[in-house]
Design a protein around this ligand. Structure first.
Ligand SMILES: Nc1ncnc2c1ncn2[C@@H]1O[C@H](COP(=O)(O)OP(=O)(O)O)[C@@H](O)[C@H]1O
Ligand SMILES: [Mg+2]
Length: 201
């Protein structure tokens, strides 16, 4: 359920504010802006990073902390509660470890084309849903790092000029593609990462 203030801005509900480092934040738009600033700083940190293995749990958590740690207390720590998306919390560490091992093997043994490896990595990471929030944004960036570090491949055009956080045809195609992949059909996600999954604008 969404709360609205008299000016029509979407207010955050109390659940959504748990761990928020700023107590003056009331609306979704204010939060989006704070997160956006944090993510921009996180991406700057990433650009300065030289070397290091990006396929390990420590890096995955540090990345989340760099992207969201100025806004949320729990950034970089695993989810403790069940959500409607994601595996049960106590399996997060083990399943993430397995994904990172698999992703390493996919690259080492050229099991998939780079884009398919990136898409599968992203899908499983967001399906595990390691963190309380920010999983979509984190897992898109993590997949781009995997592509760069292990395949020397350019990043995926996730948004393709639109905002994947907002409501639009590209986001609809993205969510539908993730759901198809949940059911074992990776075709829509492969089309999506190739740039022609749904609304290409
Ligand atoms: N049915 C779904 N509805 C919304 N998001 C989904 C769904 N299935 C998978 N996801 C993934 O979960 C992400 C949303 O999780 P969340 O932790 O809120 O991340 P973020 O805050 O970065 O959007 C989406 O970006 C998408 O990657
Ligand atoms: Mg979210």
């Amino acid at each position: 359920m969404k709360f609205e203030d008299p000016e029509g801005a979407t207010l955050l509900d109390p659940d959504e504010m748990y761990g928020l480092k700023f107590d003056h934040i009331r609306t979704r738009a204010e939060l989006d802006e704070l997160e956006h600033t944090n993510i921009t700083e996180g991406l700057r940190w990433l650009a300065r990073r030289c070397g290091g293995n990006s396929l390990n749990e420590g890096f995955i958590r540090t990345l989340h902390k760099r992207l969201f740690g100025k806004v949320w207390d729990w950034a970089g720590t695993y989810r403790l509660h069940e959500k409607n998306i994601g595996i049960v919390p106590h399996q997060i560490s083990m399943q993430l470890h397995m994904l990172l091992e698999n992703a390493h093997l996919w690259a080492q043994n050229s099991i998939f084309e780079p884009l398919e490896a990136g898409a599968r990595f992203h899908h499983r990471l967001v399906q595990i849903h390691p963190f309380p929030n920010g999983n979509g944004r984190h897992a898109r960036i993590a997949a781009d790092i995997y592509l760069a570090d292990y395949f020397e491949h350019p990043p995926i055009a996730w948004a393709s000029g639109l905002d994947l956080q907002g409501d639009n045809a590209r986001r609809e195609a993205y969510i539908a593609a993730l759901r198809a992949a949940d059911a074992g059909d990776f075709e829509p996600l492969l089309k999506f990462v190739a740039g022609n999954g749904g609304a290409k604008m």
